[in-house]
Ligand binder design. Sequence first.
Ligand code: KIV
Length: 273
Amino acid sequence: MSTNTVDIPKKVTTATVARMKQAGEKIAMITAYDYTMASLVDASGMDLVLVGDSAANVMAGYPTTLPITLDQMIYHAKCVTAGVSRAMVIVDLPFGSYQGDSLRALESAVRVLKESGAAAVKIEGGREIRESVERILSAGIPVMAHLGLTPQSVNKFGGYGIRAREEAEAERLIADARMLDQLGCFAMVLEKVPAALAARVAREVSMPVIGIGAGPDVDGQVLVLQDMLGMNKGFRPKFLRQYADLSSAIDNALKQYIADVKAVDFPSEAESY
Ligand code: KIV
């Protein structure tokens, strides 16, 4: 595999990420849920921005991703697209908006694209959501798949542990990945699976595979923005690399502000009219 850099003139598209996989250039993806952060993310040169249903945890403080609604996802997606001009924006369809009813899945995906201006949707699952994937794709809406640990199934799994360690689950995952690739998904997230399995999937499918807790031998990586910025002190899984300690920076700034207000040091004359 070569390691050329793909020239991205103005806007990242499904064609861009396909070319990146062919060229062996790794794809960088991050989540965002609001305008301010999305603007910073886009200015950084990020390839893909995911409006993840992790908004349920990060923005709303829910213990799982299950409660977030389609309307809430569309609200977050609108805020993000307002701040992004170069990266491709992908939006998670939330729990209950696409499973078991492909027409409902299509309606949900159409609403996301029409109302938010995002370019694609992401949905969790394999063969059990095949009809929904086909129907969404048939409307010309790009679909990013998501296999491995699929957090909307936390109650089925009984937690957020590593998936597909056993051969039977690994074989099922490989078969699902092949199926989703053949259906025409433009990319796939592979979450919390053994690195060797992820590498095999990335080799065997033509769509780019974006890993989170899936080792280095995939086509790209994704992290939750607030986690990698160190804004969530209690969350330190093995796969997470923290690139900043914003919790401490924010805490220091707020404490300094409180002290300045109490001491009537703020506002100064220069900060007054
Ligand atoms: O919702 C989310 O943030 C995700 C990523 C972890 C891939 O699905």
